[in-house]
Design a protein around this ligand. Structure first.
Ligand SMILES: [Fe+2]
Ligand SMILES: [Fe+2]
Length: 330
């Protein structure tokens, strides 16, 4: 077994007040129950996957469209696509397990009963997400990469902080917004049809999870958390945005297709300015920044810092449409 253990001092809250009247949250719980799906039946696992054609869209490869990409022949380009896809999907699989464990912690520590019921449904969702990514990687790609260091760092922060609302900010708002932003293009443009199906189903659940994060945190952060703590949470949100802007870079994948240690700085520099990366980030900020604003984490003190990195331009965008893939949820 390959275990990573951390100690988390969460407060376990038993709520004996069974009068549940938070209708919006109960509505989300109803929706979650109605839209459960069985991963073994909903997805056609017999569908063949052509590894030589590539899996996700080429635009997901950081050097795509740059001189470094042109240096590879088409066979190597497809190999890079395959390995890079396995790397990205492995990170999703690890992230899903992080979400599963975090949600279990939130069930214990969130005080509202409506919140406990809703998060219980999310535990089931995340379990299913671990299941589909594991199955796809093991059965179809035959390749799994270890967790990326930055992602692991962010998940550890979320898992070890004792506060349930800190976990909600880190997981439901930030990490799940990152997932949503990636899924949007992957579900449309991936080369492989089976992974498109998998992602469409997962994505329909994830938009509900981000919706829960916003709903649960909206009034709490603005009205109930003391100012000093609110500012501390705002700092964490900004720091997490910075981690994601830096990106999760699959150095091992580039080594496998023949790039040397000496090429890595050039690749990193290219990646930073690559159009595909810029487009991805702008998708991420369009989901994340309006949500951070809505829950009150872009405080007056923080505004100049967001302004400085040009993120305020996203603050008033509408939140992403939850019903974008109705076929996957009906
Ligand atoms: Fe998930
Ligand atoms: Fe999720």
């Amino acid at each position: 077994m390959d275990l990573q253990k951390t100690v988390s001092n969460i407060e376990t809250v038993f709520n004996f007040d069974y009068d549940m009247d938070w209708d919006e949250l109960l509505g989300l719980y109803e929706k979650a129950k109605k839209r459960q799906w069985n991963a073994s039946e909903a997805i056609d696992w017999d569908r063949p996957v052509d590894l030589e054609r590539g899996i996700l869209e080429d635009e997901r490869i950081a050097i795509y469209g740059t001189p470094l990409w042109d240096r590879l022949d088409s066979k190597k380009q497809n190999e890079l696509n395959y390995l890079n896809s396995a790397w990205i999907l492995s990170q999703f699989m690890h992230g899903e397990q992080g979400a599963l464990i975090t949600c279990g912690q939130i069930v214990s520590s969130i005080p509202w009963l409506e919140g406990k019921l809703y998060t219980a449904s999310q535990v089931m969702d995340e379990g299913r997400h671990v299941e589909v990514y594991t199955k796809y990687l093991q059965l179809k790609l035959g390749r799994i990469y270890p967790v990326n260091q930055e992602l692991n760092q962010l998940m550890k922060m979320v898992l070890t902080d004792s506060r349930w609302y800190f976990k909600l900010i880190g997981m439901q708002l930030i990490i799940e917004s990152l997932a949503l932003a990636s899924f949007k293009s992957m579900a449309r443009n991936s080369k492989d049809g089976l992974i498109k199906d998998v992602i469409k189903y997962v994505m329909a659940d994830e938009s509900r999870h981000v919706g829960f994060g916003v709903l649960a945190l909206r009034d709490l952060i603005t009205n109930e958390i003391p100012e000093a703590e609110r500012e501390e949470l705002a700092d964490f949100a900004y720091e997490a945005c910075g981690l994601m802007a830096k990106g999760f870079f699959p150095a091992e994948v580039y080594a496998e297709v023949g790039f040397t240690e000496a090429d890595i700085p050039e690749i990193r520099e290219t990646v930073r300015n690559a159009p595909a990366r810029r487009e991805f980030l702008s998708g991420l900020w369009s989901v994340l920044v309006p949500n951070l604003k809505k829950v009150g984490l872009i405080t007056d003190r923080m505004r100049p810092r967001y302004e400085e990195v040009r993120l305020l331009q996203y603050e008033d965008l509408p939140v992403m449409d939850n019903e974008e893939f109705p076929g996957a949820t009906s």
